[in-house]
Design a protein around this ligand. Structure first.
Ligand code: ADP
Ligand code: MG
Length: 695
């Protein structure tokens, strides 16, 4: 029976693919012949002509053909095999540092050889190191390639040649008429200027020679563009499907609670900003809709997201439900605990705490209070949703995610919360703004509220980029500021992600600064200190007793001391721009002009300086995040490179960002006009590992 389509054609249909190779390919996510064709080249080489040896130049990538003149082992600093070939225009040497005896024997003088590689200046003149080559049978002349030659990304022990031959077979099946199902309607292809799928595939693997080799850098290939479009579309459809499913469910109606809201606002020495009020209403509308809220709350550091989240929590509590507030780290969670306890206790609301470190009786009591409903707001870490944690009536989950939770984690968490009690509303706060394009794909399942206004009276922080050579000048400046009654942070960073190393570095720095600044009261805070100690240190800094606070990047989150107006960040080149901006947001909260000194380790690369300059030039978190995206890529910006959230096969968010707006439009058109195509598209690109979508 003929296979119905390439998607349903097993790899073993290809010559040379047995169970072992099939398994190897499946590790690369290649499960059928169409998947194989979705494994696109990294770049292309032009092997459509044979160059004259006498006319090649250093730096060129060339295909040559010549007769082997001599083959010999060279002894020098490194042993190598040198093979000299010649055509009627000149001679050139091929050099191999890794070679076998059999290889040497194969390069017999007099035989004809075809090779491809980059020409460089070697000991004997023009040389090519490790060219791809083969011996040509003189009797039947080897044809040159008629299309550009694809170079594939590493395929785990699979040779380029072998992989290329698999692709060739797969393309042949396609030519023979085994169908590649086109899921995108013609109208849509035309509207967005996309090639049909089979054409896109052929173009991607065997581009015509006329196509500029400038495709080599790959951004512009129309084949790749079409495939990336379809993949991004599938991802978006998947997230939207999940969203629709959730929105179709019922959730408790949480009417606005005026009484609690007024009581909370009365505690604050400020009025809400216009933006806070608008976003507050957006949330209120969701909470009262009868369907689960799925909302992302964005705003620059210091824009007052916590207050908005607190108001949302009051509506849930006022309606008789519980609220869980989850933070990615213990320290951030503690900061929230201290804020919310201070704000909510006067309102008679019971605030609880649950983290991974909660043990014994404390944990036991807390679990009981959650199960009975006595605890109305609980703050904590992942522990809030572990086995054995049951809520009486969880109405709202607030996640302060600080870019650390990926889509999958977020959805898994939701699933857990749902299975326990009600279908809760969900509010996600990001600590730093996310560029629009990125938000559009990574958070396509969420509605987005943006606080686009800072509270009045904030003075922009002045940022200077200073070499570590001038460390002593910086220390003098801190001394002067502290003696004049100001307070300062000194932030230590580490390349090594290990928390222990970070803390040790901070300890050493604090010691040194104490010696260098005998008249100044120096404090130290880091993540490995006991909670009580941390609280004492923070209290000392808040009261002004501590003048200089040495810290690891833990202060990135939450700390709020308006009198602190100076910040030194050591080795800022190690951190992302958004993270630096977040750190810097700890100052500039009071009335004094604030200064941030980025004390980099000299020498700093040109790119490194360019990056830091973005911070000196801007105080706008959205702009900085966009630059961070351009300079470092989406994984870094979202902080999710390990979680595989943004793992695409063909697409690349940074490179394909320009497609996202069209993808959004296309997803709506498709859903409206041909909803029956949604399912097959999702399963083609995401396979079966979308458990959260199979709801
Ligand atoms: P972020 O958005 O970074 O989480 P926070 O919610 O921590 O910001 O708020 C930063 C600081 O601004 C806090 O000290 C908070 O009390 C204060 N704040 C919040 N809203 C306002 C406002 N409308 N006017 C003045 N200060 C505000
Ligand atoms: Mg915050």
């Amino acid at each position: 029976m003929a296979s119905p389509s390439l998607e349903h054609t097993p790899l073993t249909r290809l010559k040379g693919v047995g169970p072992a190779l099939e398994k190897k390919l499946s590790h690369l996510g290649i499960r059928n012949v169409l998947d194989l064709l979705f494994h696109l080249p990294l770049r292309y080489e032009d092997r459509t002509q044979v160059h004259a040896i006498g006319r090649v130049a250093i730096g060129e990538h060339v295909q040559l053909q010549g007769e082997v003149v001599s083959t010999s082992i060279q002894f020098g600093r490194r042993r190598s095999l040198l093979c000299v070939i010649r055509d009627n225009s000149g001679v050139i040497s091929l050099r191999f540092f890794h070679f076998s005896a059999a290889q040497k024997d194969g390069l017999r003088p007099g035989s004809l050889l075809r090779c491809y590689g980059e020409v460089r200046r070697g000991r004997t003149g023009m040389e090519i190191y490790h060219p791809e080559y083969r011996i040509v049978d003189k009797a039947d002349e080897l044809p040159v390639e008629s299309t550009l030659t694809a170079i594939y990304p590493a395929t785990d022990g699979l040779q380029q040649g072998r992989f290329r031959s698999l692709i060739k077979q797969a393309l042949a099946l396609m030519e023979k008429g085994i169908e590649v199902r086109e899921y995108l309607p013609t109208g849509l292809l035309e509207r967005f200027g996309l090639a049909p799928l089979n054409e896109a595939i052929r173009l991607s693997h065997q581009p015509p020679v006329e196509a500029a080799v400038s495709w080599s850098d790959y951004g512009g290939s129309p084949g790749q563009r079409r495939l990336a479009f379809e993949e991004l579309l599938a991802h978006r459809l998947c997230m939207r499907r999940f969203r629709q499913h959730v929105l179709g469910e019922e959730a408790p109606r949480l009417a606005a609670n005026e009484r609690l809201q007024v009581a909370l606002l009365a505690q604050f020495p400020f009025e809400l900003t216009q933006a806070q009020r608008r976003v507050g209403l957006e949330i209120q509308r969701d909470l009262d809709s009868g369907h689960p809220m799925l909302r992302l709350l964005q705003g620059d550091v210091g824009s007052g997201k916590t207050v908005v989240a607190a108001l949302a929590a009051l509506h849930a509590i006022g309606a008789g439900h519980q609220v869980a507030l989850m933070a990615p780290t213990e320290i951030l969670a503690e900061q929230h605990l201290s804020n919310f306890s201070r704000w909510f206790s006067p309102l008679g609301i019971a605030v609880g705490w649950l983290s991974g470190k909660s043990k014994g009786q404390q944990r036991c009591q807390q679990l009981q209070a959650l199960a009975s409903g006595d605890c109305q707001l609980v703050v904590g870490t992942h522990a809030l949703f572990q086995e054995g944690v049951d809520y009486r009536s969880l109405g709202l989950i607030v996640i302060d995610e600080q870019h650390r939770f990926g889509v999958h984690q977020r959805l898994a968490l939701r699933q857990k919360a749902v299975s326990k009690t009600l279908n809760p509303h969900q509010l996600i706060m990001t600590a730093t703004p996310i560029p629009r394009t990125l938000a559009m794909s990574a958070y396509a399942d969420l509605d987005c509220s943006i606080i686009d206004e800072l509270p009045p009276g904030r003075v922009p922080v002045n940022t200077a980029i200073v070499s570590s050579d001038r460390r002593s000048t910086v220390i003098e400046r801190i001394e002067k500021a502290c003696l004049a009654g100001q307070q300062a942070y000194w932030v230590c960073t580490m390349i090594d992600e290990s928390e222990l190393m970070q803390c040790q570095a901070a300890e050493a720095t604090a010691e040194l600064l104490k010696q260098q600044l005998p008249g100044i009261n120096v404090g130290l805070i880091h993540g490995r200190m006991k909670s009580d100690d941390k609280a004492a240190i923070m209290a000392g800094f808040s009261s002004g007793a501590t003048q200089l606070l040495v810290a690891t990047t833990v202060i990135e989150v939450g700390v709020d001391v308006p009198n602190a107006s100076l910040m030194v960040i050591e080795n800022p080149e190690r951190l992302g721009l958004s993270q630096l901006h977040q750190l810097r947001g700890r100052i500039g909260r009071g009335h004094a002009a604030s200064h941030c000194i980025l004390l980099y380790q000299a020498p700093l690369s040109h790119a490194g300086k360019t990056r830091l300059r973005v911070l000196r030039e801007s105080n706008d978190g959205f702009y900085i995040a966009q630059k961070d995206l351009e300079l470092r890529g989406p994984g870094q910006v979202l902080g999710t490179q390990q979680t595989g959230v943004m793992n695409f096969r063909v697409a690349d968010i940074a490179r394909d960002a320009s497609l996202l707006e069209d993808v959004r439009e296309a997803s709506e058109l498709l859903q409206e006009q041909q909803p029956e195509l949604v399912e097959p598209l999702i399963s083609r690109w995401l396979g079966d590992n979308v458990d959260y979508a199979n709801v």
